[in-house]
Design a protein around this ligand. Structure first.
Ligand SMILES: Cc1ncc(COP(=O)(O)O)c(C=O)c1O
Length: 385
């Protein structure tokens, strides 16, 4: 047999060692970051260098107390558990009660995950969804909700108002508040109405709240708040990540909280699948969830960058829609998004075209707040020139 470097090797996904027929990757949506490459090259050619506001990856340091907790736990020779240490589960339930207002959570209500992206991508598969099942998510959305549906061969469905969905075959309903890419926040009334609708129709509601700590014009509410879920977690799960709030995207630290029946089933499956958060990351997560000061400090950084970028964009004729929370400004000049991307790239500023998040975004761009103060100041000067 000819040598192969594996599924992505020279023989390609279907031609190599023992793989035949259906390629899983062929089911996945094309997410054309490649299309942005020429604009990235144009922006990089700017005299003052590129200001890359196209991706939401944290750039500020990992807080010292979190690094210390990680290194203190560096001598971790044994396997960690999928459910996490008792200290980690205590830290998660404690944080959910303190920060989200969730009442009477036990360890059965929580589950650590290896960053929230893997959870989003694999939840439909781990729930056993498949052909004939439908998975719904917002019309403008983080692309991984669709990826997850397609990995499971379930049908992806987009919505404007989830309570207007046809519940037939609908098994999983994603909410994302605050939203990526729009920064829109669902208020308590909208959340309450949607929880009631999902329960009435027996649809599992999973709320991705990974930007919840980054509310600017409003304070986002969790689905776990008793006013929203009525103090019962039946049929409701919230997803939280430390990537943005604590600059821990590189650690892969996240968790889910809610319905114990759903989480118990997932725990069982994930144990068999070996989906463990590394022990030092578990220890770091305990430290991060126990400290609010670094979150406040990081919020101040983003608030200042947001204010400066917003003013500069508005001065250049942009209208900002939603964006009341999250790490992004959702901006339009009422022109095709690629015209905006091209125009800003000439200033050395790279932004994400709105159509990456659904065709409804084709006249918007997403401007991330994740660049250093120095780079944001450079972008502002160029936008104001
Ligand atoms: C809405 C949303 N959910 C989940 C994630 C994944 O975050 P992580 O895997 O770092 O926890 C992101 C990342 O950008 C996101 O925007």
């Amino acid at each position: 047999m000819a040598s192969s470097t594996g599924p992505t090797g020279p023989t390609g996904p279907t031609g190599g060692a023992g793989l035949s027929g259906s390629s899983v990757s062929a089911r996945l949506p094309v997410f054309p970051w490649d299309k942005l490459e020429p604009y990235k090259a144009a922006a990089a050619a700017h005299d003052g260098g590129i200001v890359d506001l196209s991706v939401g990856t944290p750039v500020d340091p990992v807080p010292e107390l979190i690094r210390r907790a990680l290194t203190d736990a560096a001598d971790s020779p044994g396997y960690p558990t999928v459910w996490g240490t008792a200290e980690l589960r205590d830290a998660i339930t404690g944080w959910c009660e303190r920060r989200l207002g969730a009442a009477q959570l036990t360890h059965r209500n929580v589950l650590p995950v290896v960053g929230s992206k893997e959870f989003v991508a694999w939840l439909p598969t781990q729930l056993g969804l498949g052909p004939g099942d439908r998975v719904a998510y917002p019309r403008l959305a983080y692309p991984t909700y669709e990826v997850g549906a397609r990995l499971a061969r379930a049908e992806p469905v987009v919505y404007d108002d989830p309570t207007e969905l046809d519940p037939d075959g609908l098994r999983l309903l994603w909410l994302n508040s605050p939203s990526n890419p729009t920064g829109r926040v669902l208020d308590a009334e909208q959340l309450t109405r949607t929880v009631a609708w999902a329960r009435e129709h027996g649809v599992l509601l999973v709320s991705d709240e990974c930007y919840l700590e980054l509310g600017w014009d409003t304070d986002p509410v969790s689905v776990l708040h008793p006013e929203v879920c009525g103090g019962s977690y039946e049929g409701v799960v919230a997803v939280h990540s430390l990537s943005k709030r604590s600059n821990l995207a590189g650690y892969r630290a996240a968790f889910v909280a809610g319905d114990p029946a759903v989480l118990g089933e997932l725990l069982h499956i994930r144990k068999h699948g070996g989906m463990m958060v590394p022990a030092p990351v578990q220890a770091a997560t305990v430290a991060a969830l126990g400290d609010d000061a670094h979150v406040a400090q990081q919020r101040e950084r983003y608030a200042a960058r947001r204010a400066a970028l917003r003013t500069a964009l508005e001065g250049r004729g942009f209208r900002i829609e939603h964006s009341e929370a999250s790490l992004y400004l959702w901006a339009t000049r009422d022109e095709p998004c690629w015209d905006t991307v091209g125009d800003l790239s000439k200033l050395g500023v790279l932004v994400a075209p709105g159509d990456f998040y659904g065709t409804a975004g084709e006249r918007f761009v997403r401007v991330a707040l994740t660049a250093t103060d120095e780079r944001v100041a450079a972008a502002v000067r160029r936008l104001e020139s």
